[in-house]
Design a protein around this ligand. Structure first.
Ligand SMILES: NC(=O)c1ccc[n+]([C@@H]2O[C@H](COP(=O)([O-])OP(=O)(O)OC[C@H]3O[C@@H](n4cnc5c(N)ncnc54)[C@H](OP(=O)(O)O)[C@@H]3O)[C@@H](O)[C@H]2O)c1
Length: 270
């Protein structure tokens, strides 16, 4: 019998690469996608020899409208289907809304929201037919916090990802899909290449160490949550406390706190 397969977007680095490591350790086959082919191939080879699994690599840019169909066609050509989907690819777009081009904003929405939603929409019918599926949407603690200046769409896209996942998980249960679960994973600061890519490494390194997590426990929290059917998970006790604060503080106070903190790591200079 073929092993289960997990499709992971943004698998060439950080949290996505860690998802690949953990699913490979469970003995699952992998479909790894991102833009950097060499990174994907090196990870695929490492995990194939370490765990005896099979890893397919698919180089695609999720900002391209045809990317989702191309990824699914590549899997279909190999006779494989998706048992678990990890919508993880993402980045931060520094600067203010009016100083970034519409093309940059549109690409951002596509990579962080439209493509993940499209992937979920296109793999769910097969999951329903087979009666099994797992979807982890990597959102962020920023999806809970008040909006702040700079990186304008990041918080709103992540908030939308949380709501979408909650609805989808509820729909699966309401339609009798008892073994299809969807989880929004909401990390706080996590060690990865994220802050190097968006140019905020110097500033974020000044954030207190208790605010940071390694990718491994973040990913484990996501996998454990989806397996028990939990729609949203915030990994780590510090992040959980911050998420709770965002709910209990008066809105104006929450906004003032987020605004003061985010000035320390959100770039406004582009
Ligand atoms: N690190 C944090 O503090 C943190 C906190 C909360 C949430 N998150 C979320 O966690 C997720 C993973 O981020 P990370 O921290 O692991 O960052 P990362 O180390 O920079 O990895 C980002 C991944 O996304 C891929 N990616 C970026 N743009 C892409 C595109 N246009 N098409 C396809 N793939 C693309 C990158 O691959 P290529 O460059 O090879 O395409 C890379 O594999 C993101 O959704 C992020 O918003 C991160």
């Amino acid at each position: 019998m073929a092993r289960r397969l997990c499709l992971i977007t943004g698998a060439s680095a950080g949290i996505g690469a860690e998802f690949a490591r953990q699913y490979a350790a469970f003995g699952w086959d992998l479909a790894l996608t991102a833009r950097r082919t060499e990174r994907l191939e090196a990870l695929a080879q490492e995990l194939e020899s370490a765990h005896g699994i099979s890893a397919i690599t698919i180089a695609e840019d999720l900002a391209k409208p045809e990317a989702v169909d191309a990824i699914l066609a590549a899997l279909e050509a190999k006779g494989r289907h998706v048992d678990a989907l990890v919508n993880n690819a993402g980045y931060g777009l520094p600067g203010t809304f009016f100083n970034t081009s519409w093309e940059e904003q549109a690409d951002f929405i596509r990579v962080l929201y439209t493509a993940p939603v499209e992937l979920a929409h296109k793999v769910l019918p097969g999951m329903a037919e087979r009666g099994y599926g797992r979807i982890i949407n990597v959102a962020s603690l920023a999806g809970y916090a008040a909006g702040s200046a700079g990186h304008t769409l990041y918080g709103s896209v992540k908030a939308a990802m949380i709501k979408f996942t909650e609805s989808l998980n509820a729909e699966c249960a309401a339609t009798g899909q008892t073994d299809i679960h969807c989880t929004a994973l909401c990390p706080g600061f996590t060690w990865s290449e994220f802050h190097d890519v968006n140019g905020t490494r110097e500033d974020t390194n000044k954030m207190p160490k208790w605010m940071w997590m390694e990718a491994a426990p973040v990913v484990k929290a996501g996998i454990d949550a989806v397996n028990r059917g939990q729609p949203v998970v915030v990994p780590g006790s510090a992040n959980k406390a911050l998420a709770t604060l965002t709910r209990i503080l008066p809105e104006s106070l929450g906004r003032a706190m987020v605004s003061a903190q985010s000035k320390r790591y959100r770039r406004m200079d582009t």
